[in-house]
Write a protein that binds this ligand. Sequence first.
Ligand code: MG
Length: 204
Amino acid sequence: MISLPIDVAEIKGFLPPQEGEALFRLALDTAMLGPCLEIGSYCGKSTIYIGTACRRSGNILFALDHHRGSEEHQPGEEYHDPDLYDSEAEQMDSFKTFRKNLRKSGLEEHVVPIVSSSIVAAKRWATPLGMLFIDGGHSSEAALADYLSWTGHLVPGGILAIHDIFPDPADGGQAPFEIYKMAMASGLFEKRPMVGALGILRRL
Ligand code: MG
């Protein structure tokens, strides 16, 4: 068990403890290689696992999310949460909750929120990454854009973690699994054992 600054069970999100703890350990293991970047922070559950590892190692986590919700978070969709709906903007807004959780965790010196779409943030990105965690939109277009925009910034030895890998379509959407397979087929990565639905690859 790892010690986290707040009870992550109270944070809205879809990351089981076992997978969060795996992210924590991967972030510690790669701390010497460069900063971490996560795509899809939502309310900050994974951010707190990775950010706590960054605090321990003196590293930085870039936490990227437009905070307007993925397809499945929109009104009428399966994972819509009315608490996160900004009725004035008529859009989802998870940033306020994310920021509150980050402040309560005392991780503001170790996490840099980037409130932007992944594609826009990637346009002029030039910082090599030690770890990349992809947990953004689950449409094929979004997952592919995240993969193509960001994996090139991983340094050799760096870790690519992809959430919601379901080899059996009956268990969930296939877009994350498609980019996971694409990464393996590229010859640029070595496969590590999965942890739950977390696919883990090491950049060669
Ligand atoms: Mg996920």
